[in-house]
Write a protein that binds this ligand. Structure first.
Ligand code: R5P
Length: 281
C-alpha cells in the first residue's frame, strides 16, 4: 500500500492512479508541545512510504511513518523521497560543518529496505544511504507544462551544474537549444548571473533548474533576459520550494510562466513525477 506523508498526499494519489495500488488510511496528529504522531493501522505486507522532507517536522514524520508500518506488520518497506531535504549540504564546505545529507540518509535508512528519490541536487547523495538508493529524473515531466508552440525555444540553466535538467526538459519538449549562465553565489539569498552568449532577442526562453528556493537565482536570470529582449520567459523547476518572497521576486522580475512538479506540492505544481516514480516501484 502507498503510505503518504502529510506533505505528499497529492503525489501519493497520483501514484495510486498510475500503479493501481491502494492508499493506506493515515492519521496525522500534533501534540500541544508541537511533537507529531502518525497512525497507520493497516499498511499491508508491502508498504511504500511517500514523503518529501520539506521541513524538520516532515523528516520526523517520515521516520515515524516508517516505524509505524513496520510496527503494524509490513515486511517490505520502500521509501520514496520525492524531495530530499538537506541534500544540498552534501559535503562539509567549511571546517566543522556536518555532511547533513549523510546524516539524514543514515537515519532514513534505518526504517526501510530501499529508497527512491527524485533529482537529488547531486546524484552521489544516494551513496550516503545504508540501503539501496536510486535517484530518478523528473525533469522531463516539466515539458508537459509548456505550451506546444514556443518560438525558437532556448532552454537555459542558471549555471553549468543545471545543464542536465535543462537538456532533459529540451529533450522531452522535442525541439530547442540548450545553454547556461555563469552564476556566482554571493550569499544564501544573493547571486550574480552573467549572461550566456546565446541570442535571446525575440525568442521564448525556458530557464530550467533543479530547485527554486529563495528565487534569487531565477529572478536574477529573468532580469538579464528581460534586458536582452526575450519574447517570453518561463521558469521550470523540479522542486519548487519558493521560500519566503520567492514568488514575488519572480513576478517582479517579469516571469511569464512558472512550472514545477509535485515533488513539493504547491500552486506551481503543474505536472507530476508520478509516472517516473511508478515506473521505478
Ligand atoms: C544550486 O546550485 C541549485 O541548482 C539552485 O540553483 C539553487 O538551489 C536555487 O536557490 P535559490 O532559489 O535560493 O537561488
Amino acid at each position: 500500500m502507498l503510505v503518504p506523508g502529510s506533505a505528499s498526499q497529492g503525489l501519493a494519489a497520483a501514484l495510486a492512479a498510475e500503479t493501481g495500488r491502494e492508499i493506506a488510511a493515515v492519521e496525522y496528529h500534533r501534540f500541544p508541545d508541537g511533537e507529531t504522531k502518525v497512525e497507520v493501522p493497516d499498511p499491508g505486507e508491502s508498504a511504500v512510504v511517500v514523503g518529501s522532507t520539506v521541513s524538520d517536522r516532515a523528516h520526523v514524520e517520515l521516520l515515524q511513518l516508517q516505524d509505524a508500518v513496520r510496527e503494524a506488520g509490513a515486511g517490505d518497506v520502500t521509501t520514496v523521497l520525492p524531495y530530499m531535504g538537506y541534500a544540498r549540504q552534501d559535503r562539509a564546505f567549511e571546517p566543522g560543518e556536518p555532511v547533513s545529507a549523510r546524516a539524514v540518509a543514515r537515519a532514513i535508512s534505518t526504517g526501510t529496505d530501499r529508497v527512491l528519490t527524485v533529482d537529488p541536487h547531486e546524484p552521489a547523495v544516494c551513496d550516503y544511504f545504508d540501503v539501496p538508493a536510486s535517484g530518478l529524473s523528473g525533469a522531463g515531466q516539466l515539458a508537459d507544462g509548456l505550451p506546444p508552440n514556443l518560438d525558437e525555444p532556448l532552454f537555459l540553466a542558471p549555471d553549468e551544474g543545471g545543464v542536465a535538467v535543462a537538456a532533459a526538459v529540451r529533450d522531452a519538449y522535442g525541439v530547442g537549444e540548450v545553454d547556461y549562465f555563469e552564476k556566482t553565489r554571493l550569499s544564501g539569498d544573493a547571486v550574480d548571473i552573467e549572461p550566456s552568449d546565446a541570442a535571446v532577442a525575440g525568442r521564448d526562453i525556458v530557464v530550467a533548474d533543479d530547485i527554486v528556493a529563495t528565487g534569487s537565482t531565477m529572478s536574477e536570470a529573468i532580469t538579464v533576459l528581460s534586458d536582452r529582449d526575450a519574447a517570453g520567459v518561463s521558469v521550470v523547476c523540479v522542486h519548487g520550494l519558493f521560500v519566503g518572497n520567492a514568488r514575488t521576486k519572480l513576478a517582479r522580475a517579469g516571469v511569464d510562466r512558472i512550472v514545477a512538479t509535485d515533488t513539493i506540492e504547491g500552486p506551481a505544481s503543474e505536472v507530476s513525477v508520478a509516472p517516473v516514480v511508478a515506473a521505478a516501484l
